[in-house]
Design a protein around this ligand. Structure first.
Ligand SMILES: [Zn+2]
Length: 471
């Protein structure tokens, strides 16, 4: 299983029943629609155990029944799918020029995807925390109004993030030792859901691994292509984090001796010669004269237009960036032998012009023949990949066995005390309890946030109260 956790595994993994519940949930996610008999046949759990586990997953509204289908011996069997409706997970991506928020339901269906302009160069860390918390609050309110329980918020940051959620260094944002996780929890008034901060490349790699076109590829790299350049590396099916969680800083590998000064303070880093700002400086010298770029998208569109017209200086600039990228990818190919390397962010939209030079360089600089089988491709996930990966991180923890407490409204109303709150068993719910009408997941999907440009100063007020976390 893909491991996103840096700390100890949750204690409930020791609980055999919780582990088996997760086994069944993962099976249903991967094989839905499927029957109880399918689960028993494939997992090795006996049929009575599967029935009992499925009953609990149904009661917790993690799976639902979806009609009958013929099974292998021709008898009709009730089929199961993951129940998306009651739960939601939220991911926010912080870039130098915008914030992106994505929410998905438990089945992974996108519930909303909003972007708002964010000028990192002008915002103090305090204002950035407020802006992130305000956007999170809006998303929490929206899914709360759909009667969904938020299971987690994950914020993706282009920089070094320690296991405690402190951003040690995000040079493109100008952040150093910012306790973003703690600040956000405070700004969101200690919400009942997890608030996690992680590196953007790691989360983008998780999104690729979980639902991109190369999902499940055990050796996969996602390169971020925004203001920074980072590598999210999945090696042998696990995210490569390193000792303190700082692995994958490909952008700060030196590639040009005495090259230009990088935002990190060193010279000739890959990021400063191959990043999107470097491309804009080279291909659009008029823009560079106007000072720092605060919105990359229109500039990248102009570069694409110039490249399509065959503008020679633009094509040369793109080829040079591609060569540098190939140098960086060759380094990865020599070290971790990836099967697929995906150019993300703005690199993806420029891939037709970057890839030829990058591939040539990759092949020339990798010891193994054919670059060790590494395929260099454009990511299909767009510029919000890390936000999607943030939402996916929460689903990973559920699949790994950290199942949500059930029925938050009742749990709060009847809360008999802390010992019951952490219990995995709770009184059997009345079979006559009304089930929530299933909200139409298309209503808000990808809709523009009507007042995303306003800066709300109040945290979410109408999200349902949630039980305490259950580490
Ligand atoms: Zn650097």
């Amino acid at each position: 299983m893909f491991t996103t956790q840096t700390g100890p595994q949750p204690a409930d993994l020791a609980d055999v029943r919780a582990t088996n519940l997760a086994v069944v949930l993962r099976f249903v996610r991967a094989n839905a629609p499927c029957s109880r008999a399918d689960i028993a046949a494939s997992t090795g759990l006996n049929k009575a155990t599967v029935s009992s586990l499925v009953a609990e997953l149904l009661e917790r509204r993690l799976v639902r029944e979806t009609g009958l289908a013929e099974n292998r011996i021709g008898r009709p069997a009730t089929m199961l799918v993951v129940d998306g409706a009651p739960y939601a997970a939220i991911g926010i991506e912080v870039s130098i020029d915008e914030l992106t928020v994505v929410a998905v339901d438990l089945a992974g269906t996108e519930l909303l995807s909003w972007r708002r302009a964010f000028d990192a160069s002008a915002a103090s860390p305090g204002r950035a925390v407020s802006a992130i918390a305000a956007l999170a609050g809006r998303a929490v309110n929206r899914v709360g109004n759909q009667q969904r329980q938020v299971l987690g918020l994950t914020v993706a940051v282009p920089g070094l993030v320690d296991a405690g959620g402190t951003v040690r260094l995000a040079s493109t944002l100008g952040w150093r030792d910012l306790p973003l996780g703690a600040d956000l929890r405070r700004a969101l008034r200690d919400p009942g859901y997890d608030v996690v901060v992680d590196n953007d490349a790691n989360l983008a790699a998780l999104a690729e691994y979980r639902h991109g076109p190369y999902a499940g590829t055990a050796n996969l790299v996602h390169l971020t292509g925004g203001a920074g350049l980072g590598a999210g590396v999945v090696a042998d099916g696990r995210l490569l984090r390193g000792g303190r969680g700082f692995a994958g800083e490909l952008g700060h590998v030196p590639v040009v001796s005495d090259g230009p000064v990088c935002p990190c303070g060193r010279r000739g880093c890959l990021e400063v010669v191959a990043g999107i700002p470097a491309l804009i400086r080279r291909a659009l010298p008029d823009v560079a004269e106007d000072g720092p770029v605060t919105d990359f998208a229109p500039e990248v569109d102009r570069i694409r237009a110039q490249a399509r017209r065959g503008d020679r200086p633009t094509l040369d600039a793109l080829a040079e960036i591609g060569r540098h990228l190939g140098q960086g990818v060759a380094l990865l190919a020599n070290l971790v032998n990836p099967e697929v390397v995906l150019l993300g962010g703005y690199f993806a939209t420029l891939a037709p012009w970057l890839l030829p030079a990058a591939e040539t360089e990759l092949l020339a600089r990798t010891l193994a023949p054919e670059a060790g089988g590494a395929r260099l491709l454009a990511s299909a996930l767009g510029t919000g990949a890390a936000a999607a990966g943030g939402a996916a991180r929460t689903l990973e923890t559920v699949d790994a066995g950290r199942l949500p407490l059930r029925d938050p409204d009742r749990a709060v109303a009847r809360d008999p005390g802390p010992s019951a709150r952490v219990s995995r068993k709770s009184p059997t719910r009345s079979s006559t309890s009304p089930s929530d009408p299933e909200p139409d997941p298309t209503t808000d999907a990808t809709a523009a946030d009507p007042d995303a440009t306003a800066t709300p100063t109040t945290p979410p007020a109408d999200a349902p109260p949630l039980p305490a976390g259950h580490h």
